[in-house]
Design a protein around this ligand. Structure first.
Ligand code: ADP
Ligand code: MG
Length: 290
């Protein structure tokens, strides 16, 4: 079963005579179970719109949306409402509840699902530990850094163990180094929990660090480009090549340095580069160029 199946999605904002230009015009996308798709596209291309359609926050003008195998509610009458889709969303601004502590923000979804208090506590502790912010449990969310806030936002999603998490440029307000660290951590967590994801970003390096596969929104449609590391430049249009820019940039850790070569551990593989570079334990950026 696919985690997400979008077929022939059309969408224009507005109704009646105020009908706008089509934002999506025949978009198709499949995300396999456990897969992470990195979604790139120019500003205004319709990336956020597409995520809202998947989450059920924005009805499409036409087309079929299947999330975790469900298209309609149990009566078969209406599209599945947002709170019953097995999917949650992480936004650019973390959108935390300002009057709750970190732990209470993470507990929110469990309270809504009427999970008993003791179980709630245990699950929140477990998830805060997963996202490496256990020590912040009792802190007010107004006293967090941008990176910490996004860890809380992710924890708030993970606590519900959803089939799918939709990310809408969650790291774009953070500086580059932090973005790389968080991208690596988010990928690990998604893989560890088997969660499927669509990850929207305008940073091709972030997309390749995080995703298994890359897709692009262009002219209302989705071009599924292929697996990270197997992108075939000869088949890409100029506009897509421009969008991908410095694609292939990933962060890694130096694990061995010899006279003639350096070994770097990437997310789940090693590369050996000619020459000496840095020392063991250094965090380094590796750029793969065509
Ligand atoms: P992206 O996330 O790729 O930058 P969006 O999905 O936010 O793009 O927007 C796609 C297009 O739809 C843009 O032209 C934007 O102005 C328009 N748009 C987005 N949201 C609305 C809305 N609620 N009402 C009308 N137009 C909208
Ligand atoms: Mg957007």
């Amino acid at each position: 079963m696919n985690a997400i199946d979008l077929t022939n999605i059309h969408l224009h904002y507005g109704t009646g005579r105020e009908i706008g230009e089509a934002v999506l015009s025949g978009a198709d996308l499949r995300v396999a179970d456990g897969e992470i798709v990195g979604l790139l596209g120019a500003s205004g291309a319709g990336k956020s719109t597409l995520l809202r359609v998947i989450a059920g926050l924005q009805p499409p003008s036409s087309g079929t949306v299947v999330v975790a195998g469900k298209t309609t509610d149990d009566d078969g009458m209406r599209p599945v409402p947002p709170h019953l889709r097995d999917c949650t969303m992480v936004f650019q601004d973390a959108q935390l509840f300002p009057h709750r502590t970190v732990a209470a923000n993470v507990a929110y979804g469990l309270e809504a699902a009427k999970v008993p208090r003791a179980q709630r506590r245990q699950r929140v502790t477990e998830v805060l530990d997963m996202v490496q912010i256990s020590e912040l449990a009792d802190r007010a969310v107004t006293a967090l850094s941008g990176g910490q806030a996004q860890r809380v936002a992710l924890a708030r999603c993970l606590v519900l163990n959803p089939a799918v998490i939709l990310f809408d440029e969650p790291l774009s307000a953070l500086d580059r180094g932090l973005r790389q660290t968080l991208a690596v951590d988010i990928r690990k967590l998604l893989k560890q929990t088997g969660t499927s994801a669509i990850y929207v970003t305008h940073d091709p390096g972030e997309a390749t660090t995080l995703a298994d596969r890359i897709a692009v929104v262009e002219d209302g449609k989705i071009l599924e480009l292929g697996l990270v590391g197997e992108l075939d430049s000869s088949t890409l249009t100029t506009s897509v090549t421009r969008l991908l820019g410095d694609i292939g940039e990933v962060s890694g850790t130096v694990t061995a340095v010899a006279e003639q070569s350096t070994t770097i551990a990437l997310v789940d593989q090693h590369v050996v580069l000619p020459g000496r570079h840095g020392s063991i334990g250094d965090t380094v950026m590796v750029q793969l160029r065509r």
